[in-house]
Design a protein around this ligand. Structure first.
Ligand code: TTP
Ligand code: MG
Length: 406
């Protein structure tokens, strides 16, 4: 076992920060998001408010109906971001690799510092103690042999929880009779497909592997492995704000839930990222995807890849990650590369091989751009020069949204 993973997730994060800073809110149903007289949704709710059935992403009017005596408040993102920085300082002191998933959530590889699971247990409790004493906040911690199991573990005893899942067998025993959704990374859409075929639980997946794979292809293989507790993904160091990355993003004038359109936007962003990387002579070893949902929840995903040396590579990997995220209206999308190294790091002596693969990636990009042309009636290949400019990129994206041929 070469990783020991901690997943840490703050409890009712935005609400907990507000309560900490204004103790008169303590013990009260607090709802952060839009105000009841506005259009919008709940970002998060204190556990007291959750008792009324209020939850993240719920329409604010619905929340108000359920909890008219709640305290409603707009989020203070700058404040949460600052707290997130302080959390990273604590987390970083125990991790040889840290992968941030959201402001309040991260995977830590603690194998080096912990040595074994007993050591990891100590670190887990230490993180909880320091978060409480230094920041006045509570979190839930999961210790496990894999990322999926660690995520499951941190959710198991929320709030202020601590839980361990040390072997694939323990993981399977815990979730075997739960819904397929409990296999983290199985999104809403995938779950619907599985349900429609009568596959409801993890046990069903294990018993109907062939069917799952026929239904979902490559993703089916991945899910089947998860159902047996197999997940050897690495904790991949990544922070969206990490300077050691090159990224581009767009904020839409209007939120969109058209994920086919989002894929097309990713292609343009990938082209921009690739050009910037080539200009500064850097190669990425990882590809990242970043989304802000309509309710301001931000997520980022990242993946170490064989090659991120072309727009086609970046695009392909970003699309794979996009397929895994929760499908809700999106206000911002971005992609980028990280783990950068310079041209000189490249293995020498394979010029022919590189030239050949570069040519095939050019062809792939041309094909992808041609498809865009068909969908939007815009000659992208002919106007790439302009798309790199932020202004034009935004205009192009808005144009695409209006002219998409469904
Ligand atoms: P979560 O960790 O999903 O939720 P939470 O920390 O509020 O509560 P829990 O104890 O269940 O972990 O998200 C972290 C923060 O991200 C949350 O405080 C507010 C924000 N957020 C949104 O803005 N919109 C959303 O839909 C979700 C789920 C979260
Ligand atoms: Mg949380």
């Amino acid at each position: 076992m070469d990783q020991i993973i901690i997943h840490v997730d703050m409890d009712a994060f935005f609400a907990a920060v507000e309560t900490r800073d204004d103790p008169s809110l303590r013990g009260k149903p607090l709802i952060i998001g839009s105000l009841p007289n506005e259009r919008g949704v709940v970002a998060t709710a204190s556990y007291e408010a959750r008792r009324y059935g209020v939850h993240s992403a719920m329409n604010i009017k619905e929340a108000y109906r359920l909890c008219p005596n709640g305290i409603y408040m707009h989020p203070h993102m700058e404040k949460y971001k600052a707290v997130s920085g302080q959390l990273h300082e604590i987390w970083n002191s125990y991790a040889s690799a840290l992968e941030a998933i959201a402001f309040d959530e991260a995977y830590l590889d603690v194998k080096e510092q912990a040595g074994d699971f007993a050591g990891a247990r100590g670190i887990g409790h230490e993180i909880k103690r320091r978060t409480r004493e230094e920041l006045g906040l509570s979190c839930s911690v999961g210790v496990a042999y894999s990322k999926t199991a660690a995520k499951t573990a941190s959710e198991e005893k929320k709030p202020d929880g601590y839980f361990e899942i040390l072997t694939p067998e323990d993981y399977v025993a815990l979730i075997i009779d739960r819904d397929v959704r409990s296999l983290y990374t199985v999104g809403e859409k995938t779950a619907e497909k599985l349900h429609a075929s009568g596959i409801r639980t993890v046990r069903d997946i294990r018993e109907k592997q062939d069917q799952v794979i026929r239904l979902l292809g490559k993703q089916g293989q991945w899910i089947t492995r998860l159902a047996f507790g197999i997940d050897d993904r690495r904790v991949t160091p990544y922070r969206p704000e990490d300077a050691k990355s090159i990224g581009r993003e767009v904020t839409f004038q209007k939120d969109t839930d058209d994920y086919e359109f989002l894929k097309d936007v990713l292609l343009l962003l990938a082209v921009c990222v690739d050009r910037r990387a080539k200009r500064v002579g850097l190669h990425g070893k990882g590809v990242a995807l970043k989304l802000t949902y309509a309710d301001m929840k931000q997520i980022s995903r990242s993946q170490t890849v064989v090659s991120a040396d072309s727009a086609a590579d970046i695009y392909r990997n970003a699309v794979i990650m996009l397929a895994e995220v929760e499908r809700r209206p999106v206000r911002l999308i971005g992609t980028g590369i990280y783990n950068l190294s310079g041209d000189e790091d490249r293995q020498l002596g394979f010029d022919d091989v590189f030239a050949e693969s570069a040519r095939s990636k050019e062809t792939e990009l041309k094909r992808l751009l041609d498809e865009l042309k068909e969908r939007y009636g815009l000659d992208f290949a002919g106007h790439l020069e302009q798309i790199y400019q932020t202004d034009t990129l935004h205009k192009t994206v808005e144009y695409m949204r209006k002219h998409r041929r469904r």
